[in-house]
Design a protein around this ligand. Structure first.
Ligand SMILES: *Cc1c(COP(=O)(O)O)cnc(C)c1O
Length: 221
């Protein structure tokens, strides 16, 4: 696998507005540096320990996104540097992210992770739960987080029509929330959906951020 070639080929095929988060989980530093040297500066990790060790060793101008399930007691380790957390699944977690961001004198961008798959996946909010958080008085007090939009993962299936309908549901929900609650907030504009197997569908359905690993690095060890 030639990482640089893969990145260049992928980038040519992506629309200009799309942000590519290159998912580096389980990848060694050398491979990540190859991607970095090919011009990629935004990387995503799904485990706190792995993220902090990589961030400490790799170049400081990398923009790190956290994309996995985040436990409250681990927020403090990533708050000093993480640029976006895609996986917010409770108000409590948001309050802790806010507290740790404040402690670091930072503002951390966040996405609500929405549960859209038909299969039994463990994390993510329902529409009702998202609305409850958005309309709560507690959320308005959090000045060191910025809600940027939604993230979701479609079912792991060969059925492309099912994948499309789940991603479309996420995109529709995003539009409705934007209209109803964030129409005068320019920050709420990101839709993080699309992985190696479904990013073309995700883009057709309105994705603004794709999270892609395997397509660039090959199968994970
Ligand atoms: C691993 C992972 C990805 C990337 O998956 P690929 O199939 O390797 O592109 C995207 N999003 C999340 C949340 C992940 O955990």
């Amino acid at each position: 696998m030639d990482i640089k070639e893969n990145i260049n080929a992928l980038k040519i095929s992506l629309p200009q507005y799309l942000k590519l988060v290159l998912v580096t989980k389980t990848q060694p530093d050398e491979k990540i540096l190859e991607a970095y040297n090919a011009g990629q500066k935004i990387f995503g990790e799904n485990k706190v320990q792995e993220l902090i060790t990589k961030a400490s060793r790799l170049p400081k101008d990398i923009e790190w996104h956290f994309i996995g399930h985040l436990q409250s007691n681990k927020v403090k380790y990533i708050a000093p540097f993480v640029s976006m957390i895609h996986s917010v699944d409770s108000l409590k977690l948001l309050q802790i992210i806010n507290k740790e961001a404040l402690r670091n004198n930072r503002i951390v961008d966040c996405l609500f992770q929405m549960y859209i798959a038909q299969e039994e996946t463990k994390f993510g909010l329902t529409l009702d739960e998202i609305v409850t958080i958005i309309t709560s008085s507690e959320l308005k007090e959090l000045k060191n987080i910025r809600m940027k939009g939604l993230m979701g993962m479609a079912s792991f299936t060969e059925n492309k029509e099912q994948v499309r309908s789940e991603l479309r549901f996420l995109a529709d929900t995003f539009k409705k929330l934007k209209e109803k609650y964030y129409h005068d907030d320019d920050n709420f504009k990101e839709l993080s959906m699309g992985m190696s197997d479904d990013y073309t569908i995700a883009i057709e359905e309105g994705s603004t951020i794709a999270r892609i690993g395997t397509l660039i690095f090959g199968e994970r060890m």
